[in-house]
Design a protein around this ligand. Structure first.
Ligand code: NAI
Length: 336
């Protein structure tokens, strides 16, 4: 069967790693008709807006997109295209599995966490004001509806994927009203899922516990900002940003992307690790019910990484993006 999928190459290392993913999926024999669309800086340069209507229309038609990273300028410029996409498509759940992979040098064995991050509100609502010169404020928005939705998503995910425990992460000791609402919503929803253990942790304590022993955790449920920060921390526990995938999921659409950003420091050098985006594409293939191809690619990556001499620079190896992709394609083809 032919799938139609929107492909947003992004900027920075985005075009290099999305090209790698396209080759890998083709090698696995999945027939995808990619509809290439611009977003972020390339879209601003071409159309004057960071998320053009044709990009949104394409995702709405295809229901599924694979996205490279998009640079968001610090302290100036247009609103984040990532935030815009997530809000306009109501991609309220951000799912980030963080798992130890054999062959990837990392601090811990046997990490197997899933981060569920609320994706539409919190301090990322983009409501910032200058009260008077030298005085600013940013507003943290937390609604009962979004909190209930993300909690229910996390419990349903846990049940569907054989998970046993969810840890809700918050700062309700300080932000008693906003994070207090997030926590209460979680506790209420948890009552409908007695088979899943529900606990909560204050974010600072959680960070300390994670770096001491991440194997104590199963599913972590966080608001938008803590989810963003803790995702990168968790990536560091299993080998770094080059290997951690993600998915933005709503009731109608799904956009798959790596946790990492556009890595401007290595862009254009053909040294980025495409693994995180390839893993994101595996999540996409499972979403498209291409289970066999996803398993074939997964096994091929595990074998390729385990060889030890087939690593990109971020993992201590010497292979370029294209050399790593060549090795992976070779491994996949040998299984076809
Ligand atoms: P970053 O994730 O782009 O890079 C952090 C560090 O990790 C850099 O040293 C980079 O070289 C390295 N790195 C990241 N991905 C890698 C890969 N695949 N292979 C090898 N090394 C990799 O974070 P940074 O520098 O804070 O952000 C750069 C830009 O990306 C910013 O404009 C930020 O807003 C944007 N960003 C976009 C995201 C998205 O599109 N979903 C997510 C996070 C950041």
């Amino acid at each position: 069967m032919t799938h139609k999928v929107t492909l947003i190459p992004g900027d920075g290392i985005g075009p290099e790693i999305t090209e790698s993913v396209v080759r890998v999926i083709e090698a696995a024999g999945v027939d995808i008709k990619w509809d290439r669309q611009l977003a972020g800086i390339p879209a601003v340069q071409e159309y004057g807006v960071s998320v053009p209507d044709q990009c949104l229309d394409s995702i709405k038609e295809n229901k599924v997109a694979l996205k490279g990273p998009l640079t968001t300028l610090v302290g100036k410029g247009f609103r984040s295209a990532n935030v815009t996409l997530r809000r306009k498509l109501d991609l309220y759940a951000n799912l980030r599995p963080v798992k130890t992979i054999g062959g990837v040098p990392s601090r811990f064995d046997k990490v197997d966490l899933v981060i569920v991050r609320e994706n539409t509100e919190d301090l990322y609502s983009g409501i910032e004001n200058i009260i008077s010169p030298g005085v600013t404020q940013a507003i943290k928005v937390v609604t009962k509806e979004a909190s209930d939705n993300i909690s229910r998503f996390a419990f349903e995910y846990a049940i569907a994927n054989g998970r046993k425990k969810i840890t809700l992460v918050h700062k309700a000791n300080i932000m008693k009203i906003s994070d207090g609402l997030f926590l209460r919503s979680f506790e209420e929803v948890a009552e409908d899922y007695p088979e899943i253990k529900a606990e909560d942790k204050i974010v600072d304590a959680l960070c300390m516990n994670l770096v001491i022993d991440p194997t104590r955790f199963d599913v972590l449920l966080l608001g938008n900002m803590f989810g963003d920060i803790v995702s990168d921390l968790a990536a560091g526990l299993v080998g770094g940003l080059g290997v951690v995938p993600g998915a933005n999921i709503g009731n109608e659409y799904a956009v798959f992307e790596a946790v990492h950003g556009s890595a401007p420091d290595i862009a254009g050098k053909n040294i980025a690790n495409p693994t995180a985006l390839i893993f994101s594409a595996l999540m996409m293939l499972r979403h498209l019910k291409e289970e066999d191809a996803a398993t074939k690619i997964w096994k091929s990556i595990v074998v390729t990484l385990a060889m030890g001499n087939h690593l990109t620079k971020d993992l201590g190896g010497t292979l370029s993006t294209t050399e790593f992709t060549d090795e992976l394609v070779k491994e996949i083809s040998s299984r076809t």
